[in-house]
Design a protein around this ligand. Sequence first.
Ligand SMILES: [Zn+2]
Length: 195
Amino acid sequence: MVRASPTARKTGGRPDARRGVSPLVRVPRERIRETVLALLPDVDQAVAEGIAERAAKLIASAYERDRLAFSGRKPSGTMASAIYLAGRMEKVKINQSKIGEALSVSGPTLRTGVRRIKNLLGTEIPKLPGRRERYVCPLCGEAFANLNDLRIHLLRKGIKPTSALRVRMFDDDGILVDKEILEKMKRSLRRRTGD
Ligand SMILES: [Zn+2]
């Protein structure tokens, strides 16, 4: 399903011929800056400004690479993804759900946007860390130091589909944020306790 966004319809607009930049590639720098500063009240302001600047650059380069990949996408979603990536690149953890809250963007939208920007910019973006330090059982709240221990815990309880769990489905606090798999697990739990 392809939805035409108001910005996508403007592709016929006058491009800035000298710089080859179309008017729709305007990056809302001030909004990014305000959002990052609000998200990181305890971080040195220069560091926060650096993250905001990097996020704006990520968006600009991704748009430059393939503007069509962003047509029909909410700019706030792209902004949320870029802020998250920029934080990682500057080695400052910004909680995904907090970014989502600040910009009214869902976790899946944020993560899809992260993948889109990473795909467009390829090797220019370092890999997100492949592991976290905390994985919380979505059913009982017990925390585990690695994903495998949580898998074993869930397997023992007969909860499916534990093998489908991936590191990226957990946020920085170790909370399982993938709604789809969460629902499947709850259904599996209901089936077990229902009989
Ligand atoms: Zn548990």
